[in-house]
Design a protein around this ligand. Structure first.
Ligand code: ZN
Length: 158
């Protein structure tokens, strides 16, 4: 893997990446400290958002781990060209704006967005808002769950 941003190189420097023949592992550490991994964009630096594709080499999805502080908001609305997104809210509370709708989200909320949906998010709560965003190509899921899983007899040496 090649270093493409400071997030990855920071993790590499700290020894928080590992891999085997058929797996990759990243250890971000406590999620309340993910600001330590800056996301470097061409025009600015973002704190509190870690994309994992380049960390662990995903090939069918892009996933981000996010922390939005109390009173914070994503600074722009956006849509996508071909990827749908699923937002999994893990802790805290906030509001999502999707097209002309605004609704509350909180721990346990799960939101699926079609690529064309115009979306934004703010934290109007009193504590940090934690959420995970999963991007996958809309319509790409051919088989899933029990169709794709294969149960194996395999001795585990814990
Ligand atoms: Zn997005």
């Amino acid at each position: 893997m090649t270093a493409t941003n400071k997030t990855k190189s920071t993790l590499e420097t700290q020894g928080n990446l590992a891999s085997g023949e058929a797996y990759q592992v990243a250890h971000l550490g406590p999620l309340d400290k993910i600001e330590q991994y800056p996301l470097v964009l061409p025009d600015r630096e973002v704190r509190g958002k870690v994309f994992i594709k380049d960390l662990i080499g995903t090939t069918g999805s892009e996933i981000s781990i996010n922390k939005l502080p109390a009173g914070g908001a994503v600074p722009f609305s956006h849509a996508h060209k071909q990827n749908e997104e699923v937002y999994l809210f893990v802790k805290g509370q906030g509001q999502m704006a999707i097209d002309e709708d605004v609704f509350e989200v909180k721990e346990g909320s799960i939101v699926r967005l079609a690529p064309r949906a115009v979306r934004c998010l703010r934290n109007n709560g009193q504590e940090d808002l934690y959420f995970i965003v999963i991007q996958t190509k809309e319509g790409s899921l051919g088989q899933h769950t029990f169709d794709d899983g294969i149960r194996l007899e395999h001795k585990i040496n814990w």
